[in-house]
Design a protein around this ligand. Structure first.
Ligand code: C2E
Ligand code: CA
Ligand code: CA
Ligand code: CA
Length: 277
């Protein structure tokens, strides 16, 4: 076949075949991963900057494939979203995170708020509120120890449905945070209407916060704005002591990042909270 011929030639290009085969192979494996029990939930501590204690943790899914090894969510979440598999996977993570947090409560650790990432597709399932209620009922976890992380992109359409769902979640007593804040497509007025608990400042603003004046200005403004709105500010992807000190100086409420710890398996997380008990 020709290198760059008409469209029909491109379609049968061997590289293209390889790529679509790889994707198909991933999809077939992803479909089987849940029943084969190949997913794990890792936990990354969220630290309260006001008192230096662990406030809670974010649940981050990992796929451990028997041949391919550990696959990061960046590689399979987009495919899971395209195929709708994010719904059963996300529901599993939600349930797992609630059960694990309840278990730590049962063992007598200080109360921790567990955060769970909710993809827009999951949020827009008609029985989403019921799924959250089931996860709480089946685990026995107190609703205020669960936080749902949604992104601004959730709010792109069907605002009445979103407001209604947010209201129901609020009545349930779970917390809501806006993830990757500042990178999505939304209006600041949503912040007022949705009454979220926490604003997670995206790591792209934190990365150069000590060297880039624009990023410093954005982060300073976001922290100040969240305080005025009585929303907690959480900085993500904090890697260095300098970034940490900048955030403390600006009155940021919470941080998450390698400066404190990477995401880790439940057993390691438990070891860490045991040390701090
Ligand atoms: P996210 O929700 O923004 O999660 C934060 C990501 O930043 C995680 O990547 C985390 O490991 C990474 N991170 C934490 N601290 C640092 C740091 O100091 N420096 C740097 N460079 N990175 C840091 P991860 O675990 O690979 O997850 C990537 C994305 O995959 C997540 O971004 C989230 O959008 C998605 N994801 C992960 N688990 C789930 C899940 O259970 N459900 C859904 N729907 N999405 C998930
Ligand atoms: Ca997140
Ligand atoms: Ca994030
Ligand atoms: Ca992200």
């Amino acid at each position: 076949s020709k290198e760059k011929g008409g469209n029909s030639y491109n379609y049968y290009h061997p590289d293209m075949n390889k790529r679509s085969l790889h994707r198909l192979n991933m999809e077939i494996n992803l479909r089987k991963a849940l029943e084969r029990g190949e997913f794990r939930v890792f936990y990354q501590p969220i630290v309260n900057l006001k008192n230096g204690t662990v406030f809670g943790m974010e649940s981050l899914v990992r796929w451990i494939h028997p041949e391919w090894g550990m696959i990061s969510p960046g590689e399979f979440i987009p495919l899971a979203e395209e195929t709708g598999l994010i719904v059963p996977i996300g529901n599993w993570v939600l349930k797992q995170a609630c059960v694990q947090n309840k278990e730590w409560q049962r063992q007598g650790y200080a109360p921790l708020v567990v955060s769970v990432n909710i993809s827009a597709i999951q949020f827009h399932q008609l029985n989403f509120v019921q799924i959250v209620m089931d996860a709480l009922d089946e685990s026995g976890l107190s609703p205020d120890l669960l936080c749902l992380e949604i992104t601004e992109n959730i709010a792109m359409n069907n605002v009445p449905y979103i407001l209604d769902t947010m209201q129901k979640l609020k009545l349930l007593g779970v917390r809501i945070s806006i993830d990757d804040f500042g990178t999505g497509y939304s209006s600041l007025s949503y912040l007022k209407r949705f009454r979220v608990h926490t604003l997670k400042i995206d790591q792209s603003f934190i990365r150069d916060v000590t060297s880039d004046e624009d990023n410093a200005a954005i982060v300073t403004a976001l922290i100040a704005m969240s305080h005025r709105l009585k929303i907690k500010s959480l900085a993500e992807g904090v890697e260095t002591q300098d970034q940490l000190e900048f955030l403390i100086s600006q009155g940021c409420d919470e941080i998450q990042g390698y400066v404190f710890s990477k995401p880790m398996p439940a057993s390691e997380f438990e070891y860490m909270i045991k040390e701090n008990k």
